[in-house]
Design a protein around this ligand. Structure first.
Ligand SMILES: Nc1ncnc2c1ncn2[C@@H]1O[C@H](COP(=O)(O)OP(=O)(O)OP(=O)(O)O)[C@@H](O)[C@H]1O
Length: 720
């Protein structure tokens, strides 16, 4: 039980408390006992240690409060508490439905007259079935009344059972969906760096499933344990009332039968069961991974002719599976199961006990059956309770990984944190003497480690350049508050970054990555992602046009959409300037403008996950188009977002439109690129090398300074 793990019961700082109370006599004794107890429970982690721990906590008010605090600290991150807390905040109806269906309804049904209680109806049904059967055995005439009542009770029983089941099912399905939403919310608002140990699929499937399973503890397992315990109590009382007819053999037989079945099951598992399951799981997983790899890298596999190697990999997995199937033990396992399933023990023991009891207690067969059925039912209840208790233990064990996810650092609370400043305009950003490392604790190697100052001001265009791994993207990561530097100062409008709400910074910034974020939908959907108004067709077309979405090799568009071949730019396909939507769409002069049909076709073209049906440069154009629809952004950051575009498109469409847009709207552009052709058009270049500032200034200034690194990058240095 992780609630009672070492952390919780380790030597706490209540030593002060102990000392301050040592003055009083009785208290003194209590303290000594408590010290001893503490010594004991420190070493023992089992139920007695937990009981002792609780007793210890109950010995003073302060310790009790501390104990409650500690328990809460542990519980608040458990899936059950987190999930119900989440429902309470976001979906109260579902919260109350959970409580009602799991706890309220069973209590309600049990407290209404007997024909509302499944337990009581079940008992009546068992008795009536026995009576009807025995009427037949005794060759008496058929009892229509009992039969009618049996049918009626069966219908009622099924109705009640299914109402309960249906409600349970509904709540469970909804819970499952809300669990996924909770996980999604955690992912969306968690610090990106905290995810290294979680994989996307694991978060979506494994964690969701584990949270869901642990919720069963609260919504299914615990209510069932409680209702089974209640039923055991009631059924035992009723049996006790008729104890004159009871005999120990009657009780011992089903217990012995239960134990026998346990032994049979255990032996079976020992023989082959677990090994088979394990092997199957492993091979399934390996096959899934192999298929994943193959679909991801199919192009490379085909072009490099490595299909045979992949088939051999599969054959190796199949071989390991055969290793298990060839095992003779499987055959013996089957043989053993067929024999034990014939229930020899059950049959012989029952007939033996029946003859003994009927004679000893002077019972007829009907009376004997009635007793036996009630006892069997009781044993079944005990067995069921045991299974639920086992399930409960497993659920608790499962919590560890989920708790880890719940504890992931996230900034959801920051959204409404009033103590942080919200910036709503942009003047400047400065970074001064920054040291930053991705390693925990800010240890070497440093991604950035510079002395000096970098400033980004409003209404300006900046190019951030440098060789691979020089720290360009890292600089952007710091500016967008994705990470914080270990040393140095960073300010936004002269306010230290630490004091600023990160969401407010991100409202002002619009970021486009190198690998375009393309999701399944249409090109139009992908252009409009993330904006909080509905743009007109005219706005969308203009954005697309500025970003080069219509600048392509016309031959590459066919009846199925685009081919993924590299395209050569066709500047003649550029749309005309500033026309009305109808003019834009109606114009159909193939050599100069795109027809309405083609524009529509492009915008409505289906995109696949990760943009797999788009060429790299085209996907980048789609992503770039988004910046032209941003109305709040004051800073545009492009992190190699044009790297896959052809040089003609960049020269004729992308850069002219981009710079015009930035200047016209008085925005600030931070552009990371390995493209050197536009550098004379930017206001300032920030040159990085190995995490340090290698130069700053306009193209002209850097050339005049004879900046070695810069000239080298331009290919102008003799010291290449
Ligand atoms: N998420 C990360 N975790 C650990 N190290 C990282 C991470 N991102 C970058 N680094 C490391 O930080 C250093 C700087 O990387 P960064 O991506 O900032 O360089 P860059 O100049 O943008 O490079 P490129 O031109 O290749 O994109 C590199 O050594 C890189 O390996």
């Amino acid at each position: 039980m992780d609630v009672y793990d070492e952390e919780l019961i380790e030597e706490e700082d209540d030593s002060e408390l102990l000392e301050s109370k040592e003055s009083s006599g009785i208290m003194n004794k209590l303290m000594k006992i408590r010290k001893k107890l503490r010594q004991y429970y420190k070493n023992v982690k089992n139920i007695p240690s937990i009981v002792i721990y609780i007793l210890h906590a109950l010995s003073s008010r302060e310790l009790f409060l501390k104990f409650c605090g500690e328990i809460w600290d542990h519980l608040k991150n458990t899936p059950v508490v987190v999930f119900y807390g989440y429902l309470w905040k976001t979906k109260k109806v579902q919260f109350f439905m959970n409580l009602f269906v799991s706890y309220g309804l069973p209590i309600l049904l049990e407290s209404l007259p007997w024909y509302f209680s499944r337990r009581k109806i079940g008992r009546n049904l068992r008795t009536q079935k026995n009576t009807i059967t025995n009427t037949m055995i005794d060759r008496k005439s058929f009892n229509w009344d009992s039969s009618k009542s049996y049918i009626f009770l069966t219908v009622l029983y099924t109705l009640l059972e299914n109402i309960e089941r249906h409600l349970n099912y509904k709540v469970t399905v909804m819970n499952r969906l809300y669990v996924k939403r909770l996980v999604l919310e955690k992912i969306l608002y968690s610090e990106v760096w905290a995810f290294s140990e979680f994989q996307g699929r694991e978060l979506e499937y494994r964690i969701s499933t584990e949270i869901h399973n642990t919720l069963r503890l609260f919504s299914f397992v615990v209510p069932n344990i409680l209702s089974s315990l209640y039923a055991i109590m009631r059924e035992s009382i009723e049996l006790y009332d008729g104890r004159a007819k009871l005999d120990w053999l009657l009780i011992a037989r089903p217990i012995a039968s239960m134990i026998t079945w346990r032994i049979i099951d255990w032996t079976k598992t020992q023989m082959t069961g677990k090994r088979k399951v394990l092997a199957n799981l492993q091979s399934n997983q390996s096959v899934a991974v192999l298929f994943d790899q193959i679909t991801e890298g199919l192009t490379e596999i085909q072009l490099n002719n490595i299909q045979q190697k992949k088939l051999i990999e599969y054959d190796n997995i199949v071989q390991s599976e055969f290793g298990v199937f060839e095992d003779l033990r499987l055959f013996f396992n089957r043989l053993y199961s067929s024999f034990t399933n014939r229930s020899v023990f059950d049959f012989l023991s029952e007939t033996f006990v029946a003859s003994m009891i009927m004679e000893k207690k002077d019972l007829n067969y009907e009376q004997y059956r009635k007793l036996q059925i009630d006892i069997d039912h009781l044993v079944k209840l005990v067995r069921r309770t045991g299974t639920y208790v086992l399930q409960a233990t497993r659920s608790v064990e499962r919590q560890t990984r989920v708790v880890k996810l719940m504890k992931l650092p996230n900034f959801q609370d920051e959204i409404n944190d009033e103590s942080l400043i919200k910036v709503d305009d942009f003047n400047d950003i400065t970074l001064h003497n920054i040291t930053f490392s991705y390693q925990k604790g800010g240890k070497k190697p440093y991604a950035l480690n510079f002395s000096g100052k970098i400033t980004f001001e409003k209404n300006s265009i900046y190019a951030i350049i440098g060789q691979n791994r020089s720290g360009k993207s890292t600089l952007v990561n710091l500016i967008t508050k994705l990470y914080a530097p270990q040393e140095g100062t960073m300010t936004f409008n002269n306010i230290p970054y630490k004091m600023i709400n990160r969401n407010s910074i991100r409202e002002i910034v619009y970021y486009v990555a190198q690998k375009a974020y393309v999701f399944p939908g249409t090109i139009k959907d992908n252009i409009c992602v993330g904006i909080d108004y509905i743009p007109t067709d005219k706005e969308i077309i203009r954005a697309a046009k500025y970003a080069g979405v219509f600048t392509f090799d016309e031959a590459s568009i066919n009846s199925n959409g685009f081919t993924t071949t590299t395209v050569e730019s066709n500047p003649v396909a550029i749309l005309p300037n500033e026309k009305t939507i109808d003019e834009l769409l109606l114009a159909d002069q193939p050599k100069k403008k795109l027809s309405k049909k083609k524009v529509k076709k492009i915008l409505e073209m289906k995109t696949e996950s990760r943009g797999s049906n788009l060429s790299g440069g085209f996907a980048q154009s789609v992503a770039l188009a988004r910046i032209y629809l941003q109305k709040r952004a004051k800073i545009i950051i492009l992190d190699e977002s044009t790297s896959a575009m052809d040089p003609i498109k960049k020269r004729d469409v992308i850069f002219p439109n981009l710079f015009k847009h930035i200047r016209k709207n008085q925005l600030t552009l931070l552009m990371i690129s390995h493209d050197m052709t536009y550098l004379d058009q930017v206001d300032k270049i920030v040159l990085l090398s190995n995490g340090k500032i290698a130069g700053q200034g306009s193209h002209q200034e850097l050339v005049e300074q004879n900046n070695e690194t810069y000239l080298k990058m331009l290919g102008l240095s003799s010291k290449l």
